[in-house]
Design a protein. Structure first.
Length: 191
């Protein structure tokens, strides 16, 4: 029996993943002395790069988030309708349909389907015009790549607070409905 031997690119990718994990493990707080708590928060990650998707999943999972990944706009829409996440985090630069097309499709849904889910745009394009375009398209925050784990977790926590507050308001005004029915748009996190 022969075991596969890792090639140089595979080793480099593994080292990159390990460095990202180590970086997250070293992260203790959000800068205010408290580590962001994403416990119970349902986060849908969308990125066409499997390695990036896995790293982002590991980062948010370490903060307690329940994370589901999607590699395309179509997969993301299916997960959104089926799973009803609290927060959407999407790459903007994807082939076929990009993150702008995704947020347009999401915002066109009915409220009970998740049209007002708080959303963060991930991108390597960091000009002011890029940020304005992402916010105008329907995202509440624009996060630059490469992602800083602390900033990502804090942004998701803040977006999640809006979703939780809205869910509690929905539950109080409509007993018997779940907390994933409606979400408030606008986090004040435009960074």
């Amino acid at each position: 029996m022969q075991l596969p031997i890792a090639t140089a690119p595979q080793v480099e990718q593994s080292e990159i993943k390990l460095k990202a994990i180590e970086r997250v493990n070293l992260l203790e707080t959000d800068g205010d002395g408290e580590r962001p708590d994403l416990s119970g928060l349902r986060v849908l990650l969308v990125d066409d790069e499997p390695d990036t998707l896995e790293i982002l999943r590991m980062i948010l999972s370490q903060f307690g988030a329940n994370v589901r990944g999607a590699g395309s706009t179509t997969e993301a829409m299916n997960a959104l309708l089926e799973w009803k996440p609290d927060v959407l985090v999407s790459d903007l630069g994807m082939p076929e349909e990009d993150g702008y097309a995704l947020i347009q499709r999401v915002r066109a849904l009915k409220p009970e389907q998740g049209c007002d889910i708080p959303a963060a745009a991930l991108t390597a394009h960091v000009r002011e015009e890029d940020r304005v375009l992402a916010l105008a398209a329907g995202y509440q925050i624009h996060i630059k790549k490469p992602v800083d784990p602390a900033k990502l977790a804090l942004a998701v926590a803040n977006l999640g607070k809006k979703a939780r507050v809205k869910g509690e308001q929905q539950s109080a005004s409509h007993p018997g409905e779940g907390s994933h029915q409606g979400r408030e748009v606008g986090s004040g996190l435009e960074s």
